[in-house]
Design a protein around this ligand. Structure first.
Ligand code: FES
Length: 356
């Protein structure tokens, strides 16, 4: 089972006015546990104002670099991001779970053509992919379409420019800005259907792209996904990671319906760390994770919002319905994987396995 390790902070620096990059000093005896693939994330835990606070952040370093780095953008009123941006310093320690997440693809033996759309701190998993694919696939190409408010707020601008020089002819970047006007109209403002169609006509031939990565707010991701599909990109080559900003109407309705479901007296069995754990779930809880934690189980979780997949497990017996699922791919759901933080039992007894 995933667990937390206390890891020292090697370095902390401000990448932009409101974005801090943290480098972790992972000890050599933990390097195997902390081995990661480009696109994966770390879950961080700290006690903030007496509360166990957890957040997941994508690794922005490449596995090739032998460093573990995340970038944390300050969210107004955000407990964890404010703590990182205002208090955390080199020499402190943080509790960190080993890397996880499904975003990204394996290194290809045949040098592919990649394309990515990112907004703001959505660049973090993408820059890890850019560095890794370009370094390990000698003829790979990467096109990046990157949306920010202003030039000054572009996260990793310097590093991206260095990569463009280093991989001249293989790496192209197009910066889009929402609050500064430039001469080329196409590059001003957010992505819209018209703009995307123009991009697919003038800047990139979708038919030549093997894999696409999207990272940013939900509305942007779904718009680009739909336009890519309309332009002929097969769905299985469009990979995305969402920043969830609110539930859709459909998700809200499902969550409300499930909240009213009577789950009094459901017998839950958990397999975790090779052991079985039983408890009876009461209607005080609307998901298996919270009910299990309250019964004393020590299970992994981070966002509790159906986004990070840290609480993933597999249904062995019985059935559940998930309130929302922003983390599991269709093929995982088909294999009975669920997010325990979103799982409402729909049978009288449920058995789940966290050791998968
Ligand atoms: S804890 Fe993040 S998806 Fe369940």
């Amino acid at each position: 089972m995933a667990q937390f390790y206390s890891i020292p902070i090697r370095d902390v620096y401000k990448e932009t006015d409101d974005c801090t990059v943290i480098s972790f000093g992972v000890p050599s005896d933990l390097e195997d546990e902390f081995h990661f693939r480009q696109g994966q994330h770390l879950t961080l835990r700290a006690m903030i104002n007496g509360e166990d606070t957890r957040r997941s952040y994508s690794l922005c370093s490449s596995p090739n670099e032998g460093v573990w780095q995340v970038a944390v953008k300050q969210i107004p009123g955000g407990a964890f991001s404010t703590f990182v941006n205002e208090e955390l310093k080199a020499g402190d320690t943080l509790d960190i779970m080993e890397p996880s997440g499904m975003f990204g693809v394996e290194i290809s033996e045949t040098s592919k053509t990649y394309m990515a759309f990112a907004a703001g701190s959505g660049i973090t998993p993408i820059i890890s992919m850019i560095k890794t694919h370009l370094a390990l696939e000698p003829n790979a190409k990467f096109k990046l379409f990157y949306l920010n408010r202003t030039v000054k707020s572009i996260i990793f601008k310097e590093q991206l420019e260095q990569l463009r020089n280093q991989y001249f002819g293989r790496f192209e970047i197009y910066y889009f800005l929402t609050r500064e006007q430039r001469d080329i109209e196409l590059l001003n403002g957010r992505f819209t259907s018209e703009k995307l169609q123009e991009i697919f006509t003038k800047l990139v031939d979708v038919a030549e792209v093997d894999e696409v990565f999207l990272c940013g707010p939900e509305a942007m991701i779904f718009l680009i996904r739909d336009e890519l599909e309309a332009a002929g990109m097969p769905k299985e080559h469009i990979h995305y990671e969402l920043f969830v900003t609110g539930l859709s109407e459909e998700d809200k309705k499902r969550a409300e319906r499930l909240a009213q479901q009577n789950v009094e007296g459901v017998e839950i069995t958990l397999l975790d760390g090779g052991k079985e754990f039983h408890f009876t779930m009461t209607k005080d809880f609307d998901n298996i994770l919270d009910a299990a934690l309250a019964s004393g189980a020590d299970l992994p979780f981070a966002c509790k919002g159906g986004v990070c997949s840290t609480c993933k497990c597999k249904i062995l017996e019985g059935s559940v319905e998930m309130k929302v699922n922003y983390a599991l791919e269709e093929h995982e759901v088909a294999q009975d994987f669920i997010l325990s933080c979103q799982a409402v039992p729909t049978t009288d007894a449920v058995k789940v396995d966290f050791d998968v």
